[in-house]
Design a protein around this ligand. Structure first.
Ligand code: SF4
Length: 146
């Protein structure tokens, strides 16, 4: 499926990304799992630039109804990662570039589960999301009472 996306985004991404993906492939095994190739261990080959702002070219096309599916599920879920041998664990991954978003979420009292509600529902379904949200709210209430 990513190969289809790769063909669709060619006109949006920088030439260096095209060369990297065409020359070395868009998927790489990082020693643990398959992942999308990045340039200089930073920008994914699917990144496009709107001025100084980096955007996902797949999501960009999807939002414009020019592509039939949004960015990959693992990207949509980030900074939650699916882990475990049976892929049955959700873990939070700390990433320094997300720090401003975490601070804003704390100030606005938006739990990560709610912020990622669309992605969690997309990947695990609405029953799972509802239960996770209920438990997250319980934990928050307990924290506030303590
Ligand atoms: S959302 Fe995923 S596919 Fe899109 S640019 Fe970011 S890492 Fe790449």
């Amino acid at each position: 499926m990513l190969e289809t996306a790769w063909k669709a985004v060619r006109g949006l991404i920088p030439e260096s990304h095209r060369q990297e993906g065409d020359g070395n492939g868009i998927i790489v095994h990082d020693g643990e799992e398959l992942t999308i190739r990045c340039l200089d261990e930073r920008a994914c080959v699917f990144v496009m630039y709107d001025g100084e702002i980096a955007k996902c070219s797949i999501q960009h096309l999807y939002m414009q109804d020019r592509f039939s599916w949004p960015k990959p599920q693992s990207c949509h879920l980030f900074p939650l990662r699916i882990r475990g041998k049976r892929r049955d664990q959700l873990r939070f991954e700390r990433f320094s570039e997300c720090a401003p978003a975490l601070i804003a979420g704390e100030q606005q009292r938006i739990p990560l589960v709610r912020f990622l509600g669309e992605a969690i529902t997309r990947v695990f379904g609405s029953s799972f999301y509802d239960e996770l949200d209920r438990r997250s709210q319980e934990l928050l209430s307990r924290e506030e009472e303590a």
